[in-house]
Design a protein around this ligand. Sequence first.
Ligand code: ADP
Length: 167
Amino acid sequence: MKIAVYPGSFDPISNGHLDIIERAARLFDKVYVVVSINISKNPLFTPSERVEMMKEVTKHLDNVVVEQTNELLIRYAEKKNANAIIRGLRNYTDYQSEMTLFQFNRHINSDIETILLFPSQDNLFLSSTSIKELVIFGGDITDYVPHPLVEKIKQRIKEKRGCKEII
Ligand code: ADP
């Protein structure tokens, strides 16, 4: 059984994330989507809110399981008997950070491969930060995030507007 782990902060979830998950679910027998903490980002949603939203938008995918972890990703992947870690690669900035992450993970456990998937064309420029910025400046996000999440994301950003900490 081929098992993959797709980690991210997913704050908020974008169509780019969902595209990667759907394609990984075709490549692997089981995909664990794992909401993890990114210490350099200020959270919009709590980890458990993100897990619930991710479950909602992946419910059509039978082989996708959504969880949350606070532990080192590679340790989480070992516990799940994962063969691979999935990441998305949009641009050179991603390339640099993904290369570092890959080397770091490989140093700890070289049996778990990293597989990088390019985004589909529509999602190339999409990031969680650009979604937050669009909402703040009155742009429309309906083409960029899964439909059931549009209002939740707009509402949360509105609530947090007073605090400059969300980007
Ligand atoms: P992290 O904070 O761990 O980078 P993110 O939620 O920002 O978490 O991203 C999770 C993964 O999804 C990363 O590998 C990132 O490069 C990828 N990703 C983010 N946005 C897109 C997108 N639009 N298309 C494809 N992959 C993406």
